[in-house]
Design a protein around this ligand. Structure first.
Ligand code: HEM
Length: 752
């Protein structure tokens, strides 16, 4: 190594260590070195000085730009609140002078408003920083100066933190250790399930992703075509082309083998694992995104769907409020979204995902609150004025909006019925436990009954629902089969159980294709229907469930367990494609737009993620043999790489189930959902097949393994005497509810 190299090496280290404050050359050097060497050294010293100045300047610049970006973020957040007040004052937070408070699928809470505000500030700061620097978020986070400045602001006593009045505290490992029942019972908000990562799967955390988000500006502007310039086709145009019922028929095809209960179970399960909040106003009014259904309003909270008026929807702008940004502090992450409920399959839609909700729903002696009427126990009433519910029954005295652990309980009566069923089951279990454990307190009874109900929901989901959903291949590939005896030992604390964006925003929404065009009661001859109601009139309206003091529940159960779902195919009923919630809304358009809003990469990126064939060029449509209606898609998308995940997933040819029927899903949705259910199983410390204390004693577990949905229906439906063994499938033969060979019961003596 030459002397010069050594000096240079030292100098570089000095610069790196930022200790290069003095001169490089000492008087001894001046005496010992040749003139040439000295000259080189002087040059080097000047160079290093200059570099240090530049470095300092860069750091200073990064700091000031990050600060400026945060200031802009704060300013934007204040402006948003001002604008909301303005819109409210001019009556645009309301429609027809009626407060539009009940058009939102989640309840506003202090937590949700705080998270939204924090998320919006962070997102706006990122957006401003990208604009100020001309760099992408990935470039910025790869630059140590910007990363340091960003982290400093988040960590220090910065203006950002000072303005963030209330910090939204997260659970720590220490907090978990203080909980006396941390190994036996779940917390209500899902924290401390994973003891090392106590917030994994918890309510009000960021939804994790299988694939990074895609936005055209890298932050939150919806993706554009792969050609880099064209906007994507309007979701409604796509819906009108591929999701419409063909051949002028009014009703889509029925499914041969699955009962309407399987539609209800899918929705019930979805409401157990995910709720993505949209932007809300602090005062609760809904946000309006279209002016007179025609002009999209330019607001950060909006992405009104522009469309050409058509036969069914005479509007040119469909209401669409964006998902509220999650407070994600990582500089390299674009827009992220929140899950407002626990991800685990834990019965959160029955018990709630916060202490506040649980307090409202819990009764005395370990039971859940019910409304006792002549037809039996019904769900309690939601008197908050926030219910997502409109009463239109002919006898309004009898109708009411129900309260449950999830605000979506009133979306449709079949779903509401499952909520009621599990509240009744909880209370029944409390009674059974009290018989075998008379000295247990209300808390002990409640906790154990909640644990058993959660276990039953997991068991039915994996034993009955997933068996219908997936092909054998997928069940095996993702380890989704249950054990028939012994304990599961494969809990893995490194697996994040969080519900992924791709699941919530697209794959699990496959269930929308199963929605029928009408609902009704079925009499005890299993042939005569009555009170036939168009689906659009029964959405958001619990009339069929609660009217006549719940005395028609048996007829509703007969209808739900006998009639088929609509086929899981590309045809969607008008009730949801044209008249969702009796408004001018198309659920399939909302699904597509939500994918763009939440930054879902395109369908082909998901195929790559799933190791399926991927087109090699923009025009290579032939490499997607599973995809039906390709000729239509070619007209809708400029590039094969533009296809929305929801559209591609729905249009895929379905795989076969273990029973030899068609499964509900094509390979891409099956892969996404397969991975998700695997994570929900392996990443759940309280998975019901695990040993006590997180799970059960072996003899108790064997009892839970016997349960089917029919067990629960028989035990909690007054007057129901016969049912098929698997209620999610259409009846072959109905069995007597007391014939334990076909409809087994739990023996609670095992809890002695
Ligand atoms: C009558 C039945 C149903 C109605 C009226 C309905 C309606 C809706 C609506 C309005 C949304 C929000 C759309 C948006 O703005 O993004 C939604 C979201 C969703 N739906 Fe459905 N749905 C039904 C059944 C189902 C079924 C059967 C499933 C699954 C098998 C399902 C899965 C989902 C999922 C996963 C989401 C996203 C949830 C979230 O992220 O918050 N839905 N549904």
């Amino acid at each position: 190594m030459s002397f010069l190299q050594a000096v240079l090496g030292f100098a570089v280290i000095s610069v790196i260590c930022q200790q290069n404050s003095g001169n490089l050359i000492t008087s001894k050097d001046e005496q010992e070195l040749t003139e040439k060497e000295l000259e080189s050294l002087y040059k080097l010293e000047t160079l290093l000085d200059e570099r240090e100045i530049i470095n300092k300047e860069r750091k200073k610049k990064a700091k000031s730009l990050v600060l400026l970006a945060f200031e802009e973020g704060l300013e934007k957040s204040e402006k948003m609140v001002e604008r909301q007040t303005y819109y409210r004052n001019i009556g645009m937070g309301r429609r027809n002078k009626i407060k539009r408070k009940n058009n939102r699928l989640f309840k506003i809470s202090k937590m949700s408003i705080e998270k939204q505000e924090e998320g919006f500030i962070l997102l706006s700061a990122k957006k401003a920083l990208v604009k100020l620097t001309g760099k992408t978020l990935k470039e910025l986070s790869g630059d140590p100066d910007y990363r340091e400045a960003w982290d400093d602001i988040l960590a220090g006593s910065s203006i950002y933190l000072r303005r963030r009045k209330r910090s939204t505290k997260r659970a720590t490992t220490n907090d978990c250790q203080k909980l006396s029942s941390v190994n036996e019972y779940r917390t209500i908000d899902g924290t401390c399930n994973n003891l090392d990562k106590p917030n994994w799967g918890a309510a009000f955390t960021t939804q994790p992703r299988f694939i990074d988000e895609v936005y055209s500006d890298g932050v939150n502007t919806p993706r554009i075509s792969a050609d880099g310039k064209s906007t994507l086709t309007s979701p409604r145009t796509i819906s009108n082309s591929v999701f419409i019922i063909n051949n002028g028929k009014k009703v889509s095809k029925p499914e041969g083998f699955n009962s309407l209960m399987s539609l209800n179970w899918g929705q019930f399960l979805d409401h157990d694992i995910v709720l993505t909040p949209t932007f809300a106003e602090e005062h609760g009014e809904d946000i309006q995104c279209c002016e007179q259904d025609s002009i999209p309003i330019k607001r950060d909270e909006c992405l009104g769907i522009e469309m050409t008026p058509d036969e069914d929807l005479d509007i040119s702008c469909m209401e669409f409020v964006r998902s509220a940004p999650s407070p994600d502090t990582e500089l390299n992450a674009g827009n992220q979204v929140t899950n407002a409920i626990t991800s685990f399959i834990d019965g959160s839609m029955v018990y709630g995902s916060s202490e506040d909700e649980e307090r409202q729903l819990r009764g005395i002696g370990g039971k859940m609150v019910v409304k006792s009427v002549s037809g039996g126990d019904l769900l309690p009433e939601d008197t908050s004025g926030e219910a997502f519910c409109t009463l239109t029954g002919s006898n309004p005295v009898d109708d009411y909006c129900q309260n449950a652990g999830d605000i979506r309980v009133n979306v449709q009566p079949g779903l509401g019925h499952l909520h009621l069923l599990f509240v009744r089951e909880h209370n029944r279990i409390v009674g059974e436990l009290k018989n075998v454990q008379p000295s247990w307190t209300g808390d002990q009874l409640y906790n154990e009954a909640r644990k058993i109900v959660g276990a039953i929901i997991q068991h039915i989901t994996f034993n009955e629902y997933l068996e219908n959903l997936f092909s054998d291949e997928i069940l095996d590939k993702y380890g989704l089969r249950l054990l028939s005896e012994g304990y599961s030992r494969d809990y893995n604390k490194n697996i994040n159980p969080g519900t992924r964006v791709g699941v919530a925003t697209a794959a699990l929404r496959f269930g929308h294709t199963q929605i029928p065009h009408e609902m009704a009661y079925l009499s005890n001859d299993y042939n005569t229907t009555s009170s036939v109601t168009e689906m659009q009139s029964t959405l958001k309206n619990p009339h069929l469930l609660v009217n006549k003091a719940g005395s028609r529940i048996l007829d509703l159960v007969r209808y739900m367990t006998t009639l088929p779902t609509r086929a899981s195919d590309r045809e969607f009923e008008g009730a949801i494609r044209n008249h969702l919630f009796n408004g001018r809304l198309d659920l399939t358009s909302l699904n597509i737009q939500r994918g763009r809003d939440n930054g879902l990469p395109s369908y082909t990126a998901w195929r790559e993620f799933c190791d399926l064939s991927v087109p090699s060029s923009d025009d290579d449509w032939d490499s997607l043999p599973d995809l039906l209606n390709r000729w239509k898609l070619r007209q809708l998308y400029k590039s094969v790489h533009d296809i929305d995940l929801y559209v591609g997933g729905i249009l895929e040819r379905r795989m076969k189930t273990s029973a030899g029927d068609q499964s509900y899903l094509g390979p891409t949705f099956a892969c996404i959902l397969g991975k998700q259910f695997q994570q929900l199983k392996l990443g759940d410390r309280f998975w019901y097949e695990r040993p006590y204390p997180e799970g059960f004693r072996e003899d108790q577990l064997q009892e839970i393994r016997k349960v089917t949905l029919s067990t629960i229906l028989c035990a909690n439906t007054d007057g129901l005497t016969e049912l098929q063994t698997f209620a999610l499938r259409r009846p072959g033969r109905r069995r007597n509810c007391n014939d334990e060979r076909f409809i087994p019961k739990i023996d609670f003596n095992k809890w002695k």
